[in-house]
Design a protein around this ligand. Structure first.
Ligand code: G6P
Length: 613
């Protein structure tokens, strides 16, 4: 969590840093701050508690001028949100400042040592040990600031992406990373550091992906990269693969609404890229057909929304590939005793590729000899670098904190992977594969159909948004959809919502049903008995006077007979219906949140990437 940004060049740094922080605010937004070096090499710091707008107001009243600077937007871990705990943090003399994303795990030990040497701390954060450690290294004879930074970092355990600025070395800013994301943007005569590419995409031509354990020195003339031991390493310039407009709202009132609308295009592109002449054409570098044939087990690991995608992946793979598939929350997997062996394929699913529990889980699995095939959205993320193979979801930057387009892209990735695996294992014939792909091709238009009816969904949300709670029910492929719909609602509207397997309703949630409780039932028409079972569940809700809202197939008159409100979706093959049904629930949550007046793109207490345990 937390976002960091840095600038060195010839322009005023403050506005550039604020713009970067605005784009990183999804990573944390309880306080923010800047440190800027002015023309006479004096370091000025400004911090504010609350949203970035508080810092902007402060800087308007007291502008900071200078062409070098670093900035931070915080999601509190160590120390409450307060100005004292906001970054940048400084050494005792006020000559150097540090912004940090990550956690210094041995900070208490380091802090105690520094305090024994009479060092005074201003904050409760783990980060503050870093400026003091760097200053100590300088005092103890480090010949350059680079050496002091390297030596200080060699003492720190944990994870960091950081930016350092000092009046002792005014023509350089330093950046370093270990386990937390950090990129260096290369512009014309100006250089940037940022937690992700979208923060600076409109200003850069190339990007340098700093590796774990590297320290970079950025000057107006270029970038040099070193190991923690001090050896210079060659710099690799990579192309910027996202477009500047991907990081803008493009006329939508929120990123979330924009991202909901992007789903048909993203899924269509994924399909185009990975299919050819009615067959899946998915080359997964690093894993052969022979590997998939011999595989005896799959273990899917993820968190949050990505976990719901994993639940869907399990159902689909078991259905098509005749293989045992388990799915687990990364935060559980890493502390239990899972029975995995080299015959198990590990599939982590992650939008960011930086979720701490997911990363820890796959490192364990790799140590046990398993291969790792990631489903991930972010290029060069930590997850990607730790995987044997990657299937990119190619959804573009997802900026709304509540995940939407990354989720449906994860579902589509699972479909493509399942078909490729099914074929490698001789579980599906070419005819069936072609038929499935024909049905799959209808998904983008079906999502459009749902989005085109957003005004109807808005009306339903307006009617039901004000209760304290709601219940979401689904079965089989749409059980994960129910969980995801409830999660969306909780995340952005702050209304308690519970997702449940509809068949389990009689084992508890039925006690909650009364004339006030909205019960959202995913009851699209299916070829198997699940539809009939859902109808029975809905009748049970109706009999207890619950307020029934259905996601139903267009033209379904049976549901109309007893649901109070219906969100219609087109007829879609059961296996693929979650990609469409969930869009209705994303919109329902969206409009409920709007009616409740919440900050939809930045819901309270949440952060987009959970990079700490
Ligand atoms: C946070 C985000 C969710 C996301 C989850 C997992 O909770 O708010 O939207 O699903 O982390 O993140 P990942 O980046 O691993 O998909």
């Amino acid at each position: 969590m937390c976002g960091i940004v840095g600038y060195i060049g010839s322009k005023e740094a403050a506005e550039i840093l604020l713009d970067g922080l605005r784009r990183l605010e999804y990573r944390g937004y309880d306080s923010s701050g800047l440190a800027i070096l002015d023309a006479s090499s004096t370091l000025h710091v400004s911090k504010a508690v609350g949203r970035l707008s508080e810092l902007e107001a402060k800087l308007e009243a007291g502008p900071l001028h200078g062409t070098r600077g670093i900035g931070h937007t915080r999601w509190a871990t160590h120390g409450e949100p307060s100005e004292r705990n906001a970054h940048p943090h400084m050494d005792e003399s006020g000559s150097l400042a540090v912004v940090h994303n990550g956690i210094i795990e041995n900070y208490q030990e380091l802090k105690a040592e520094l305090q024994q040497q009479d060092c005074t701390f201003q904050s409760d954060t783990d980060t503050e040990v870093l400026p003091h450690l760097i200053a100590r290294e300088q005092a103890q004879g480090a010949s350059t600031l680079l050496e002091a930074v390297r030596k200080a970092l060699s003492k720190a355990r944990g994870a960091y992406a950081l930016g350092v600025i000092s009046k002792d070395d005014p023509d350089t800013i330093y950046a370093a990373r270990l386990g937390s994301p950090l990129v260096i943007g290369v512009g014309e005569g100006e250089y940037f550091i940022a937690s992700d590419v979208p923060a600076v995409v409109s200003r850069i031509q190339k990007v340098i992906y700093l590796k774990d354990g590297e320290v970079a020195a950025l000057t107006p003339d270029g970038v040099k990269v070193y190991t923690l031991a001090g050896d210079e390493v060659p710099v690799t310039l990579s192309d910027v693969t996202i477009r500047a407009e991907d990081a803008e709202k493009a006329g939508f009132e929120t990123f979330m609404l924009k991202e909901i609308h992007e789903q048909p295009r993203i899924l269509r592109n994924l399909l185009r890229k990975h299919t050819l002449d009615g067959r899946v054409n998915l080359a997964i570098d690093g894993l052969s057909n022979d590997y998939f044939r011999k595989l005896n087990r799959v273990m899917i690991i993820s968190c949050g929304t990505a976990y719901h995608a994993g639940m869907y992946g399990k159902l689909l793979m078991e259905h098509v590939c005749n293989i045992a598939v388990e799915v687990d929350l990364a935060s559980e997997f890493r502390y239990r005793d899972p029975k995995v062996d080299p015959g198990t394929l590990i599939i982590p699913v992650s939008q960011s590729g930086e979720t701490a529990d997911t990363l820890a889980s796959i490192r364990m699995a790799r140590a046990w000899g398993c291969k790792v095939l990631s489903i991930c959205n972010v290029q060069d993320s930590s997850l990607v670098r730790d995987s044997d193979a990657v299937l990119y979801t190619e959804a573009g930057p997802e900026i709304g904190v509540a995940s939407t387009k990354a989720y449906t892209a994860q579902l589509m990735a699972f479909v493509l992977l399942t078909l490729a695996m099914g074929r490698a294992r001789n579980e599906i014939t070419p005819e069936v594969e072609t038929e499935l792909l024909e049905d799959l091709a209808q998904i983008p238009d079906a999502i459009h159909y749902v989005i085109d009816r957003k005004d109807d969904i808005n009306q339903i949300a307006e009617k039901h948004h004000d209760g304290p709670s709601s219940l979401y029910l689904g079965r089989k492929f749409n059980y994960p959809t129910a969980l995801e719909g409830a999660l969306k609602n909780k995340e952005i509207s702050y209304q308690h919502a519970e997702g449940y397997a509809a068949g389990e309703m009689k084992h508890g949630p039925i006690a909650l049903i009364n004339e006030y409780l909205p019960v959202i039932c995913i009851c699209t028409r299916t070829r198997d008995e699940v539809y009939e079972k859902m109808i029975s569940n809905m009748k049970e809700v109706e009999a207890r006077h619950g307020r029934l809202i259905a996601v139903a197939t267009d033209g379904d008159t049976a549901v109309k007979a007893f649901a109070e409100d219906i969100m219609y979706v087109p007829a879609i093959r059961d296996e693929f219906s979650p990609m469409v049904n969930v869009v209705a629930l994303q919109l329902l949550a969206y409009y409920a949140a709007q009616a409740r007046g919440t900050d939809i793109d930045k819901p309270r207490n949440l952060a987009k990437s959970v990079t700490v345990e």
